[in-house]
Design a binder for this molecule. Structure first.
Ligand code: CDP
Length: 255
């Protein structure tokens, strides 16, 4: 199986590093966080109480979430286009209001049952070589522990809270969004706490995960470290220098 799992707390660099590693390996990149975010966004949109376990579970079961490789016209730095039905929610699922409820949504056992089953299917499909892609990099909180525990390479990324909050602050400012450092840091602390303490699939490194401290390391350094591990643990060709989009514009998670 050619699958790399990358787990870790908020803004630990999972998606930046995972995306680049996937491109270099010609693997599919799949960020599972977008699915939890899409459910949280839909609850806000429909005015549904995020603590109503049954109602939230029903939304997760029925929501037509689509994850697609961005078309050539998307020049706004997106790694994937996220849709709910025909609606593009790529950036709206990254709002502070979604941040503030997403961990409660993700602690819901019905939501997890629904989403992690879909994620596992994607991991198996792309990781087992049943499609033309070489493999998959899947990132989240429980990929190495629950979604794809048989993956041959598991990574757990770490960085101190203040550095992670700074990264998220800079991302928001670069996108031209409003950003309040203190609020970002407080929200992140709370989200990490809920993610780590929940009973179903809590955030923690798999027993056999390689833990990488990203404080003070460049993105490229962390990517290179993962590529070296991939060369040892996976069946991959020697890494090629940065390749463009490897998904040919097709749906990864069709709606
Ligand atoms: O980008 P950031 O690290 O801030 O968050 P994310 O990866 O987009 O995930 C958002 C939230 O979804 C997390 O805080 C978790 O509550 C939840 N999540 C999860 O529970 N399990 C996953 N596999 C991925 C995300």
């Amino acid at each position: 199986m050619n699958a790399i799992t990358i787990d870790g707390p908020a803004a630990s660099g999972k998606s930046t590093v995972g995306y680049q590693a996937a491109q270099r390996l010609d693997f599919i990149f799949f960020d599972t966080g977008v699915m939890y975010r899409a459910v949280a966004w839909a609850l806000l949109d429909r005015g549904i109480d995020s603590t109503d376990v049954e109602a939230v579970g029903q939304v997760a079961a029925q929501l037509p979430i689509g994850v697609k490789a961005p078309g050539a016209d998307a020049q706004d730095g997106r790694q994937a286009t996220i849709q709910i039905g025909d609606l593009d929610v790529t950036w709206s699922i990254r709002s502070p209001s979604v941040d503030s409820i997403v961990s409660v949504v993700a602690a819901n056992r019905l939501v997890r049952r629904e989403l992690s089953r879909k994620q596992r299917n994607i991991g198996l499909e792309y990781g087992m070589g049943t499609t033309e892609t070489a493999g998959v990099v899947m990132v989240g909180r429980d990929i190495g522990t629950v979604v794809l525990p048989e993956a041959p390479l598991k990574i757990y990324l770490k960085a101190p809270l203040d550095e992670r909050a700074r990264r998220r602050y800079n991302e928001l400012v670069e996108r031209g969004s409003e950003a309040d450092f203190a609020r970002i840091q407080d929200d992140m602390r709370l989200r990490d706490q809920i993610d780590s303490e929940r009973t179903v699939a809590p955030l923690r490194p798999a027993m056999d995960a390689f833990q990488i401290q990203t404080e003070g390391a460049s993105v490229l350094e962390v990517v290179e470290q993962i590529l070296q591990l991939a060369a040892k643990h996976l069946n991959v060709a020697p890494p090629s220098p940065g390749k463009p989009d490897n998904t040919g514009g097709r749906n990864i998670l069709p709606d």
